[in-house]
Design a protein around this ligand. Structure first.
Ligand SMILES: [Fe+2]
Ligand SMILES: [Fe+2]
Length: 157
């Protein structure tokens, strides 16, 4: 069975985890000792999630999740649950972007809303990865056939 698409998605969770830690570290600096470097680092992490991670979720939405729907039908709520979390994560990314654009500089009163939104985004992402790594990906590895993986990888390409 070819599960290289799944291995790739798992590696992307690893990269996203490193970006979350970098984003939280930068946001922590914004709270304690704001400087332009911390604001830039927060913006870079945000741009990564808006670009690469939105694309990661879109590949899951196109490939693995509909394939699992087809296998399980309605009795497994996990694919629908993960799709709802993708919607929440995209909405939270928009909140963080708004807070980032409003911050505009390193004045403390504008930074706190940004730091809070970054912390909410980090929590949502971390919980989502845990659910996918612990439940979704092992289930997909177990139940999907080589033919289904071929379809998933085509959808992801
Ligand atoms: Fe996901
Ligand atoms: Fe994922």
């Amino acid at each position: 069975m070819s599960t290289s698409g799944l291995d790739q998605l798992s590696r992307e969770h690893g990269e996203a985890g490193r970006r979350i830690r970098a984003m939280l570290a930068a946001a922590g600096r914004l709270r304690r000792e704001p400087d332009a470097g911390a604001l830039t680092a927060t913006g870079e992490a945000l741009a990564y999630f808006e670009r690469d991670f939105v694309e990661h979720m879109a590949r899951e939405d196109r490939g693995m999740l509909p394939t699992l729907d087809a296998v399980f039908g309605e009795w497994c709520a996990l694919p629908a649950w993960m799709r709802r979390e993708h919607v929440e994560i995209r909405a939270k990314l928009r909140d963080v972007r708004k807070a980032f654009d409003r911050a505009g500089g390193v004045e403390a009163d504008r930074l706190e809303p940004l730091v809070s939104e970054v912390e909410r985004l980090a929590a949502l992402l971390t919980i989502h990865f845990h659910r996918e790594d612990a439940w979704l990906y092992p289930i997909a590895r177990q139940v999907l056939s080589a033919e289904q993986w071929a379809v998933i990888e085509k959808a992801a390409a």
